[in-house]
Write a protein that binds this ligand. Structure first.
Ligand code: A3P
Length: 302
C-alpha cells in the first residue's frame, strides 16, 4: 500500500505540474477543471477523488474562502454536539479554534496519514471544504444521503476580506498587490477557488433542485437574524431544537457562543498558529477581522 500511495503521489504531482499556472493573490494558482486553486490543495482534491469514502451521514460545510467558513464551523459543531457538550467552561469552542474542530478536507489532505485520519473519524462526520461542487469525489456524499451546507457572501465584502487575509500571510501588499488590482482579477474569476460566481452558482442551482440535500445560506441573512438561521440549520442537520430547548433559549445560546465578539475575544483564537499546511502558516487571529456586513464601502467606491 505504501508503494502504491507513493506512486500515486508522484502521478498527482506530475499531473498538477502540467496545469496552467498564474501568479497572484500572494500564491501561485493553477487552473484545474475551470477553477483557480492553490496547487497543493489541487493535490489534496485529487487524492480525495481517488480515495475519499463518502458516508450516508456526512455533513459537509462548503463555501468560497472568506465567506463565513469559520463561523459556520463553530455553529455546526455547537449544534450537532450540544448533547455532548454543555455551554459552560468546558465547551471545546472555548479552548479550540473552530478551524481545528472541523477539518477542511482538501487542505489538510496532503498525506495519506491525513486521509486515514478522515477515514478514522466517527460517524456522523462534520467536515468542511472550499471545493467547488463539480470537483466533489464521486459518488458524492449527497448522492448517498449526506448533507451540504453552503455559505455565500456579498462578493465585494469577500474580496476585501480576502485581501486583508492574504496580506497577513503572504508578505503583505508587496505580494498581493494593491486592492484595486486584487478586485480586477477577482472580477475576472482569478481568485483562490475562483471564479467566485461559478462556485456560488453550482451550489445555488443544486440547492434549488435538491433542497433536502443542500442548504444555501447567505452571510448577510445569517447576520441579520442569526437565531432564525441557527434553528433552520439545526433542522437541516437533523438535530432540530425541541420545544423545551427553544423555551430555554438554547438557539440564542448557540448564537452567543459562536458570535464574532465571543470567539474573537478568546485566547484560543488569538494566540499561535492554527493551520500549517505545506509552507503556509496561519495565525489563529487571521480568521477574525471585523465580522461585519458592508465593509466594502470603506475600501471602494460604488
Ligand atoms: P471580515 O474579513 O470581513 O471581517 P472565513 O471564515 O470563510 O475565512 O471568513 C472570514 C470572515 O468571516 C472574516 O470577515 C471574519 O472576520 C468573519 N468571521 C469570523 N468569525 C465570525 C463569526 N463568528 N461571526 C461572523 N463573522 C465572522
Amino acid at each position: 500500500a505504501a508503494i502504491s500511495s507513493a506512486s500515486q503521489d508522484t502521478a498527482i504531482t506530475a499531473l498538477v505540474s502540467k496545469l496552467p499556472r498564474r501568479e497572484g493573490w500572494s500564491q501561485e494558482l493553477v487552473l484545474y477543471k475551470n477553477y483557480w486553486i492553490n496547487p497543493l490543495f489541487v493535490q489534496g482534491i485529487m487524492r480525495l477523488q481517488t480515495s475519499f469514502k463518502p458516508r450516508h451521514d456526512d455533513i459537509i460545510l462548503t463555501s468560497n474562502p472568506k465567506c463565513g467558513t469559520t463561523w459556520m464551523k463553530a455553529l455546526a459543531f455547537t449544534i450537532t454536539n450540544r448533547s455532548r457538550y454543555e455551554f459552560g467552561n468546558n465547551h471545546p469552542l472555548l479552548s479550540h479554534h473552530p478551524q481545528e474542530l472541523v477539518l477542511s478536507m482538501e487542505i489538510h489532505h496532503d498525506t495519506n496519514d491525513e486521509l486515514n485520519y478522515l477515514e478514522a473519524l466517527p460517524s456522523p462526520r462534520l467536515l468542511a471544504t472550499h471545493m467547488p461542487l463539480s470537483l466533489f469525489p464521486q459518488p458524492s456524499s449527497i448522492a448517498i444521503g449526506g448533507r451540504i451546507v453552503y455559505v455565500c457572501r456579498e462578493p465585494k465584502d469577500t474580496v476585501v476580506s480576502w485581501w486583508h487575509f492574504a496580506n497577513k500571510f503572504g508578505g503583505g501588499e508587496q505580494s498581493t498587490g494593491n486592492l484595486e488590482s486584487a478586485i480586477d482579477t477577482f472580477i475576472q474569476g482569478f481568485s483562490p477557488y475562483g471564479p467566485f460566481w461559478e462556485h456560488c452558482l453550482e451550489y445555488r442551482r443544486q440547492s434549488i433542485t435538491s433542497s433536502d440535500k443542500i442548504l444555501f445560506l447567505k452571510y448577510e441573512d445569517m447576520m441579520s437574524d442569526p437565531v432564525k438561521h441557527v434553528i433552520k440549520l439545526a433542522m437541516f442537520l437533523r438535530a432540530p431544537f425541541s420545544t423545551k430547548e427553544e423555551e430555554d433559549r438554547v438557539p440564542e445560546e448557540v448564537v452567543r457562543l459562536c458570535s464574532f465578539e465571543k470567539l474573537s475575544g478568546l485566547r484560543a483564537n488569538q494566540k499561535g498558529e492554527t493551520i500549517r499546511t505545506h509552507d503556509v502558516v496561519l495565525d489563529k487571529s487571521a480568521f477574525f477581522r471585523k465580522g461585519v456586513v458592508g465593509d466594502w464601502v470603506n475600501h471602494m467606491s460604488e
